[in-house]
Design a protein around this ligand. Structure first.
Ligand code: THU
Length: 138
């Protein structure tokens, strides 16, 4: 993990964000904390909808908040997810849709995905999770 990235701090921000998760349908709440190159942190939580398809993952909520505030460069995201009312014990990696969306706003080889396993931060790069990513060319 990049020395400048404090994985524990970012994970604690993700856990704070998770407290606001709105998941009446899955009862699985997720929090994310997205780190900008300048050290700012944007939090997001999952927000479900009764008609399902508008449901939002925590990662994309954090990303939308950051991008809509003019942020352009990101170095890491921490994610914490578990059944509502329980503390996370298993790692929570981003879903396929979030991997794709993150790949359009981050450097595949350096952007860190941080989650927690057995109480300890674990990390990998976005290219580990999304090899041979689709690259849009005109
Ligand atoms: N979820 C996230 O917020 N992020 C992910 O990467 C995986 C899944 C949410 C979506 C849904 O509200 C709940 O977790 C169960 O799938």
């Amino acid at each position: 993990m990049d020395k400048k990235i404090d994985g524990k701090k970012l994970l604690s921000e993700a856990k704070e964000a998770r407290k606001n998760g709105y998941a009446p349908f899955s009862s699985f709440t997720v929090g994310a904390a997205l780190l900008t190159k300048d050290g700012k942190i944007y939090r997001g939580c999952n927000i479900e909808s009764s008609v399902m398809s508008p449901s939002l993952c925590a990662e994309r909520v954090a990303l939308a908040k950051a991008i809509s505030e003019g942020e352009k460069e990101f170095t890491a995201i921490a994610i914490a997810g578990a059944p509502s009312g329980e503390d996370p014990k298993d790692p929570c990696y981003p879903c396929g849709v979030c991997r794709q969306v993150l790949s359009e706003h981050a450097d595949l080889n350096t952007f860190q995905i941080i989650t927690e396993e057995n109480g300890k931060p674990v990390s990998c790069t976005l290219s580990d999770l999304l090899p041979k990513a689709f690259i849009f060319q005109t």
